[in-house]
Unconditional design. Structure first.
Length: 314
């Protein structure tokens, strides 16, 4: 599906349609990995005229922020066209590692997705935001708070009726994300704690966050999980262990289901890509757009998380 944004054409593609769109120019990958935290924090437009085409592929949880930032950036830089595609974090990591796109959007560290962990050293990790994620249910579900153990039971198929967790005598309908989803990986890392999902438990799967919102809203007794940026009045967000899904609780790690939003590039990206990443880390985005679109600036975090999952106070 394509749609126009301001003066430039903007494409949003997810799931199965992704593979057909990847006839793209290759971007060279080389050098060592680096965090984007030290990038310039200057204004919204480039100090010099830039031009080129950028394709960003991957996380649908990050997609709303990238789309909004790209719209603003292209208004100030008409020589650059940015195309944003979904497909999941796995797609984003794979495509940037192969050099098929300029940016791989991901909710997880590249090391978690790449079979050859050394390939992550060929990429530059730009952490552009933090996203909280949490369980959501159909609005009529009579449950407001679940423990981690209860969530684990539901998403491993051991708890199958809402009455087992304080709700009505109704069968639980689990809606999962597809295997390549970074949102799923983040949720399962936080909730399952390394436990495996039984092979005979096969709930329905959806390939995008937007579809999950629609399915939960339309399906009585359903439960799934979403990034905070997708929370809406159409679904009910739950507390976990009595903690509300709020930005301030993510910042302190009191809410433990969260992830960095990564925009991976080649270690030495082309000029247009480097300038767009510089804009993503600028005050125009970090000081305003990040919050407006439902994300958390990395500047507000009181903790940091390493690729191995270890969390330390700042």
């Amino acid at each position: 599906m394509s749609h126009s944004i301001s003066r430039r054409k903007f494409v949003t593609i997810s799931g199965a349609s992704l593979a057909a769109t990847l006839g793209l120019g290759l971007a060279a990958c080389g050098g060592s990995s680096d965090s984007g935290s030290d990038a310039s924090k200057s204004g919204s437009s480039s100090s010099k005229e830039v031009s080129g085409n950028i394709t960003a592929v991957g996380s649908t949880a990050l997609q709303p922020l990238v789309e909004a930032a790209a719209e603003q950036y292209m208004n100030d830089n008409p020589g650059v066209q940015i195309t944003v595609q979904g497909g999941g974090s796995g797609q984003g990591i794979t495509q940037i590692a192969q050099g098929a796109v300029q940016i791989g959007d991901s909710d997880v560290f590249a090391e978690e997705k790449l079979e050859n962990k050394d390939d992550a050293k060929k990429l530059k990790d730009n952490k552009v935001a933090v996203v909280g994620m949490g369980p959501v249910v159909h609005p009529d579900v009579k449950v407001d708070d679940l423990t981690i153990d209860q969530l684990k039971g539901i998403f491993t198929g051991k708890v199958t009726n809402w009455k087992e967790v304080g709700g009505d005598d109704k069968e639980i309908v689990v809606i999962n994300r597809a295997a390549g989803s970074g949102t799923r990986a983040t949720f399962e890392n936080a909730v399952l704690g390394g436990d495996k999902v039984p092979e005979d438990f096969k709930p329905q799967e959806q390939d995008s966050s937007g579809t999950v919102v629609k399915m939960v809203a339309q399906t009585p007794n359903s439960i799934s999980y979403l990034a905070f940026s997708y929370f809406s009045d159409d679904v009910k967000a739950l507390k976990v262990e009595g903690v509300e899904p709020k930005d301030k609780n993510v910042e302190t790690n009191d809410w433990t289901i969260w992830a960095y939003e990564h925009m991976y590039t080649a270690a030495k990206p082309d000029a247009a890509t480097a300038d767009f990443i510089k804009y993503m880390l600028s005050d125009d985005v970090q000081g305003s757009l990040v919050k407006k679109t439902g994300y958390i600036s990395t500047k507000g975090m009181k903790v940091e998380r390493a690729a191995d999952g270890n969390v330390t106070k700042l």
